[in-house]
Design a protein around this ligand. Structure first.
Ligand code: PRX
Length: 655
């Protein structure tokens, strides 16, 4: 990794005076609370836990454990239920308030569900789950499109203490299968089909294929979304609407330990298969509720919309648990930003009078490319705050979002966080922080980031290094499901006593953080997190492939794209057809998001004398940075360089 001096961006946007006055947190309060959260974390988090969450049994201690031992626990002895906190406790004052505004892929389809209605649906479904044998601690896989039933299913699991594992609807049947098997799910909740941009996604068909290899799944609950004919296993499949109709509307929430699991969510890492990030209940809920309120400066009357898919952590924390814990109205969108036209997001903003809008840089880049007219023809007057997440946002794109979408009046919160962190760790607070386009700015309460060098030593201002977090916070994951050793090895081994994020960053002289992206073998394609090794394994499954290596290349819209180097077996002639076949292979085995942008044939991969693939060199060649290839003296087969460069030139349509 490089530790060069970084150019300083000096552009600032001061906190708008209107925001500074009415926001919950202004600069002075931020400083005061931040200091307290660092000096007296137990007092700080203890108070917040009582303020944001209703406890059935109060906790006896705020926290225990450390990063050194990877054994952190929060709100010890406390008992609570996440569904109670997201529903029941709101009924008295907010029963009639809309909890979910659902906007279908088709602009004519909208549904509004009040807290009272959601409470009843969740209770009925929770009873249904119990009737089919699901108990506390059981794992339930949810493979649904963006429809309200995904929230109902998650909250119903939480209500009875079952652990949900939501799998993104864009994953293939193979990916679904490995996730079901890894956490030994007993049940799958899916839909006949999903719909995105008018196209159908065969969710039930994928589930049927996945379940051929999952003997422990005894029941499948199916939501009727499109009504198209599907295969039906008589003794296994059950219609969701029949479960709801047959379920008793009274279901006492199971009060579980603060440290009991709430969910598992699979995410990709540098090596190996995706890992099941396990989040527990108390700490997670306190953290997502608090960050949701202060970072988005959420007020009671606001309409809040996060465009993420519930299959990712952003959807878990900031469509479902954070907003619902705060009794917010959360918008859930089934479709995509470009359908039926590139104005769709802004039309939804106008239709539902959205005040807070949270999306990903990849969507902003794609919409920006289409020109301002798609934006300017809509009103957007309701908007007061914009957010971004998932990858670095470049300053030009930030400016467009700020000036064109927000018309210069909406602060942007550039929120940095990860599946592992549960909630946002670094972000402006809209009433407290001056904005710098491209910088996630300052740490949230209780978060102590540090930038370290290769040896784990803190490094100088304006020098890039590895981003680590020094102390635990309540939203952090508890472990990797079924593999605690992997948890330790992944996050706590390389630099002792801190959490290693896997990201590169630098801090400027004002203490603001600039995150440059992953510095491990994780790729962010349109904000989706993929590991190079899983894509390589998928390529290697093809009988024609003898070796494969995958690297990231920059991409104008996707942020990063996948560039694959492949060597075929001796008797196989590389061809355009084979390239297409390999792309299909990855699509089918992981999902469309993992499809390589380009495949380059190579006789051999560049390897060091110890047999390690020299990815740095592959990255340079893929990015066309061939003038300076760096130190290649440790290569055991330097002759491949010339061939790599020659073949790369054939792919000139890739920038
Ligand atoms: O590289 C960082 C990038 O997304 C990674 C985490 O991905 P995931 O677990 O899928 O969670 C995404 C949503 C929270 C991080 O390691 N990332 C996330 N937010 C930002 C970001 N990079 C730069 N700026 C951000 N605001």
């Amino acid at each position: 990794m490089h530790t060069e001096r970084v150019n300083i961006m000096s552009k600032h946007y001061e906190v708008p005076s209107t925001f500074a006055k009415k926001a919950y947190i202004n600069e002075a309060l931020y400083q005061k609370w931040y200091q307290q959260s660092i000096d007296e974390p137990e007092t700080f988090w203890g108070e917040r836990a009582k303020e944001f969450i209703s406890w059935h049994t109060p906790f006896e201690a705020v926290k225990s454990g450390s990063f050194e031992k990877a054994d952190m626990r929060w709100f010890i002895g406390g008992k609570l239920n996440a569904s109670f906190n997201c529903l029941d406790r709101h009924l008295k004052d907010n029963g009639k308030k809309v909890a979910i505004i659902w906007e279908g892929d088709d602009p004519n389809e909208t549904r509004k569900i009040t807290y009272k209605e959601l409470h009843e649906l969740v209770s009925r479904f929770a009873n249904g789950l119990k009737n089919y044998g699901i108990q506390k601690g059981d794992r339930v896989c949810i493979y649904l499109p963006m429809i309200p039933e995904v929230a109902i299913a998650m909250l119903a699991c939480a209500r009875i203490g079952a652990i949900h594992s939501v799998v993104f609807g864009g994953f293939s049947s193979d990916s679904l299968k490995t996730r079901i098997l890894d956490s030994d799910c007993k049940m799958v909740i899916t839909a006949d089909e999903g719909i995105r941009a008018g196209k159908k996604i065969a969710l039930k068909e994928n589930t049927d294929a996945a379940l051929k290899g999952c003997p422990n799944v005894k029941k499948v609950i199916v939501v009727k979304r499109t009504g198209n004919p599907i295969h039906w296993e008589k003794n296994r499949d059950i219609w969701y609407h029949e479960v709801i109709e047959g379920g008793d509307p009274q279901c006492e929430p199971e009060m579980i330990d603060s440290d009991d699991p709430l969910f598992i969510l699979y995410t990709s890492g540098s090596t190996g298969r995706p890992k099941g990030v396990l989040h527990t209940t108390g700490g997670y809920l306190v953290y997502v509720a608090m960050t949701h309120k202060y970072i988005f400066d959420y007020h009671e009357e606001d309409i809040y919309w996060c465009t993420a898919d519930v299959g990712w952590i952003t959807g878990h924390s900031y469509i479902i648990y954070g907003p619902l814990a705060n009794a917010a109205t959360t918008v859930m969108f089934e479709g995509v930003p470009h359908y039926p036209s590139f104005s769709r997001y802004w039309e939804i903003v106008d239709k539902h009078k959205v005040n807070i809008f949270y999306t990903a840089p990849t969507a902003i880049r794609a919409l920006r490319r289409e020109g301002d007219l798609f934006v300017s023809k809509t009103s957007r007057k309701s908007l007061k705050l914009l957010g971004t997440v998932g990858e670095p946002i470049n300053p030009e794109v930030w400016e467009w979002y700020y000036q064109v979408v927000g018309e210069g009046r909406c602060p942007i919160v550039d929120t940095w966080w990860q599946t592992e962190t549960g909630g946002i760790l670094i972000s402006p607070l809209p009433g407290a922080t001056a904005l710098k386009p491209g910088s996630a700015t300052l740490p949230f309460f209780g978060i102590e980031p540090e930038i370290v060098d290769e040896t784990g030593k803190p490094i100088k201002t304006n020098t890039s290094g590895k981003l680590v977090i020094k102390k635990p916070w309540p939203g952090f994951m508890k472990t990797i499901y079924g593999d605690h050793q992997r948890f330790i090895d992944t996050y706590f081994k390389e630099v002792k006593g801190v959490y290693l994020t896997g990201d590169g960053a630098h801090r400027d002289e004002e203490g603001d953080y600039w995150i440059s992206g992953r510095n491990d073998d994780v790729i962010k394609v349109s904000g989706h997190r993929l590991g190079t090794e899983e894509i390589e394994s998928s390529l290697l499954e093809h009988p024609a492939v003898s070796e494969a290596a995958v690297v990231a290349i920059p991409h104008e819209i996707k942020g990063e794209a996948i560039y694959a180097y492949v060597s075929t077996k001796a008797e196989i002639e590389p061809s355009e057809n084979l390239k297409q076949e390999l792309k299909r292979q990855v699509r089918n085995s992981i999902g469309p998001i993992a499809t390589p942008e380009e495949i380059q044939w190579t006789e051999a991969l560049p390897k060091t004398r110890s047999g390690k693939i020299m990815r740095r060199l592959l990255r340079k060649v893929a990015r066309n940075e061939i003038e300076d290839l760096g130190d290649v003296s440790t290569l055991s087969n330097p002759f491949v360089i010339e061939e790599l460069i020659r073949e790369r030139k054939k792919n000139q349509d890739i920038p």
